[in-house]
Design a protein around this ligand. Structure first.
Ligand code: GTP
Ligand code: MG
Length: 190
């Protein structure tokens, strides 16, 4: 079948950004997803760090260019200009800090006004610490009521991390329609 011709030579390249407050686990999610590792140490990301990961989603080879952006804190705002050219993004909050949930709502709005409506999936991260969560089931329901896709994840245990990235890619590809596999690359493979 045609789709297998792409193996080892992914034709579809998607820029995916990770957006969220500081220390919610963006870098840890990328490390888990792309390298299968986790560290308890916290090293704040400065600016942006770009990783690349090739995956198969429903038989389609896709190269993801992962833009792990610095989180927002009281000193630094998230640089929305990094979203330029993105196919979609993961909006991450830390279930143990309600403030990061509230900030996720603000970031989504800012993203939409900066680059328009992009496909995104909300990641409710640190699911392994659920007994310490400040974010309630009702809070999450309020997101799904908006028809937002929400996925609980744990970068620490790996729970649903691959599934969350795949959910976003599926959303992006389905939005592009059945011709997605034959479309031009989003950007040249370097
Ligand atoms: N228990 C637990 N800890 C996590 C999880 N994900 C990340 N952490 C920890 O949370 C801290 C922050 O993780 P990072 O991945 O650096 O967070 P970040 O969102 O990239 O932070 P910035 O780069 O500052 O925006 C680190 O100490 C991680 O080990 C998780 O799913 N469970
Ligand atoms: Mg980081």
């Amino acid at each position: 079948m045609q789709r297998y011709q792409w193996e080892g030579n992914a034709m579809i390249q998607l820029k995916i950004c990770l957006l969220g407050s500081f220390a919610v686990g963006k870098t840890s999610l990328v490390a888990r997803f792309s390298r299968g590792i986790f560290s308890d140490k916290y090293l704040a990301t400065l600016g942006v760090k770009i990783d690349r990961k090739r995956i198969q989603v429903d038989g389609t080879a896709v190269t993801l260019i992962l833009w792990d952006m610095a989180g927002e804190d009281e000193f630094a705002k998230v640089q929305m200009s990094y979203l330029t050219g993105a196919a979609g993004y993961l909006l991450v909050f830390d279930g143990t800090r309600k403030l990061t949930f509230d900030q996720a709502l603000i970031l989504e709005e800012r993203a939409r006004t900066t680059v328009g409506a992009l496909p995104f999936v909300v990641l409710a991260n640190k699911a392994d610490l659920e007994d310490q969560w400040e974010v309630s089931a009702g809070d999450i329901k309020a997101l799904t009521a908006r028809k937002w896709l929400v996925q609980k994840t744990s970068a620490k245990t790996g729970e649903d991390v691959d599934g969350a990235f795949e959910k976003l890619v599926r959303g992006i590809l389905s939005r592009r329609g059945s011709s997605a596999g034959t479309q031009a690359q989003d950007s040249a493979e370097s």
